[in-house]
Design a protein around this ligand. Structure first.
Ligand SMILES: Nc1nc2c(c(=O)[nH]1)N=C([C@H](O)[C@H](O)COP(=O)(O)OP(=O)(O)OP(=O)(O)O)CN2
Ligand SMILES: [Zn+2]
Length: 152
C-alpha cells in the first residue's frame, strides 16, 4: 500500500456564532486542504496512470468538483445562524453555502471527508480509499479526519 497526498487551497468566509471571542465576527481564511489516498500502484503498461496510485491531477479534480469549487470565495454559514443566513440572502448573487453544522475547522474537515470518500472509493475497482483529510484553517491551526476502518 502506498499513500499519496494532494494539497489544495481555497478562500472562504465564516463565523462561529457561539464563540466567546473574535471568531464570532464575520471573517475569512485561506484554507489549505490536504487529501491523502491509500492504494496500490497501477501496473498496467500503457495506462496513463501506470506507476501511480492515482494521477495527482485526478485527485485534484475530484476534490475541486465536490468541495473546493463549491466553497472557494463562498461564505460558509450554519443553518441555525439565522441572522447571518437572512442577511446573506439579501445580497444579490452572493455565493453562500448553508451548512447543517457550525463551520469550525473540525466540522468542515468531516464534511469534506464524508463528501469526498465515496468519490475516490469508486475509482480503480474499490482498491483506493480516502485515508485522511487535513484542513488548515490558519497556518497554525489544523484538523485531521482519518478513515476509521482498517484497509482490507
Ligand atoms: N478547535 C477550534 N478552535 C477554533 C476554531 C476552530 O474551527 N476549531 N476556529 C477559530 C477561529 O475561527 C479562527 O480560525 C482561529 O483563530 P486563532 O485562534 O486566532 O488562529 P490564528 O492562527 O490566527 O492565531 P494566531 O494566534 O494569530 O497564531 C478559533 N478557534
Ligand atoms: Zn475563523
Amino acid at each position: 500500500m502506498t499513500s499519496i497526498t494532494r494539497k489544495l487551497e481555497f478562500d472562504a468566509g465564516h463565523r462561529i456564532p457561539d464563540h466567546r471571542s473574535q471568531c464570532k465576527n464575520l471573517h475569512g481564511h485561506r484554507y489549505v486542504m490536504e487529501v491523502t489516498l491509500d492504494g496500490d500502484i497501477v501496473t498496467v503498461p500503457g495506462a496513463s496512470s501506470n506507476g501511480m496510485v492515482m494521477d495527482f491531477s485526478e485527485v485534484k479534480s475530484i476534490a475541486r468538483e465536490h468541495i473546493v469549487d463549491k466553497w472557494d470565495h463562498a461564505f460558509l454559514v450554519f443553518r441555525g445562524d439565522t441572522a447571518v443566513v437572512e442577511f446573506l440572502a439579501t445580497l444579490e448573487d452572493h455565493k453562500t453555502v448553508v451548512l447543517d453544522s457550525i463551520p469550525t475547522a473540525e466540522n468542515l474537515a468531516h464534511l469534506a471527508f464524508d463528501t469526498l470518500a465515496p468519490h475516490y472509493a469508486d475509482r480503480f475497482e474499490g482498491t483506493l480509499r480516502l485515508s485522511r483529510v487535513r484542513l488548515y484553517e490558519t497556518p497554525n491551526c489544523w484538523v485531521d479526519v482519518v478513515a476509521t476502518t482498517a484497509r482490507l
